[in-house]
Design a binder for this molecule. Structure first.
Ligand code: NDP
Length: 244
């Protein structure tokens, strides 16, 4: 039986491109999503049309039971010892200044991004096979600490911490655990709520003077998942055109 990869948040944006790339690389893909079943079905159709194998599974990454079921359903469908990797891309971003004290926004971002990572990485640690990979998406904005990004940066700094600790906890299992930290990427998460001036300014911050595309990140992930990525462990790999 072939090797399977769970990609969380694979219905849209970066996760969607990662799912398609890893399917093209020969892996069976679990396309996780939160609510957008139609978009997830589109990804499955695209993968299958290209000759690959994929299955859409709904699970809110912040929900302990649903994350557990995501891994159980994956094992039921593809076999209990085929899980090669988990790529945790599901995430949300809203901006609010610390001075404004928007606790509801803070709690929501921490629940989805940090609690979600804790739950997904925990299940990944239990289920990924010997020689496998665990990846979580962080963000390069941690390095520039832009105003308004407090709750989001707090959540992703936590993700980077979890990744480093998990790499140590999996000593002896031959499993690599890393984070990929993109700079600004043209997806709904980045574009929503910003003026064209703000987008233009952020696009020009990197010396390569453009926004990243999901495919830029999918290539980095494919390298880390593949055989050439096997000596990278416990790292945060920034992929951002020189943004920071
Ligand atoms: P998008 O908003 O384009 O896509 C988000 C994806 O995550 C969707 O598939 C969505 O599913 C899923 N999702 C959201 N909440 C949950 C949840 N609670 N449970 C399960 N799935 C969920 O975001 P991006 O692709 O841009 O972002 C992907 C990752 O990359 C995030 O972790 C983000 O923080 C990180 N990142 C993004 C950057 C950017 O500039 N875009 C820069 C740096 C990091 P559904 O369709 O069902 O809603």
């Amino acid at each position: 039986m072939g090797k399977t990869i769970i990609v969380t948040g694979a219905s849209r944006g970066i996760g969607r491109e990662i799912a398609k790339r890893l399917a093209a690389d020969g892996f069976s893909i679990v396309v996780n999503f939160a609510g957008n079943a139609a978009k997830a079905a589109e990804v499955v159709t695209e993968i299958e049309s290209a000759g690959g194998t994929a299955l859409a599974l709904k699970a809110d990454v912040a929900n302990e039971k649903e994350v557990e079921q995501l891994f159980e359903q994956t094992a039921a469908q593809f076999g209990s010892d085929t899980l090669h990797a988990v790529v945790h891309s599901a995430g949300i971003m809203t901006l609010s200044k610390i001075v404004d004290g928007n606790v509801a926004e803070f709690d929501k971002i921490i629940a989805t991004n940090l609690r979600g990572a804790f739950l997904v990485l925990g299940q990944a640690a239990r289920h990924v096979a010997e020689g496998g990979r665990i990846l979580a998406l962080s963000t390069s904005v941690i390095g520039v600490a832009l105003p308004g990004y407090g709750p989001y940066i707090a959540s992703k700094a936590g993700v980077e911490g979890l990744v480093r600790v998990l790499a140590n906890e999996l000593r002896g299992r031959n499993v690599c655990v890393n984070a990929v930290a993109p700079g600004p990427i043209a997806t709904e998460l980045f574009l929503n709520g910003k003026t064209s001036e703000q987008i233009g300014h952020l696009a020009k911050m990197a010396p390569l003077e453009r926004l990243g595309k999901p495919v830029d990140i999918a290539g980095v992930v494919a390298f880390l998942i593949g055989p050439d990525g096997g000596w990278i462990n416990g790292q945060v790999v920034r992929a951002n055109g020189g943004f920071v």
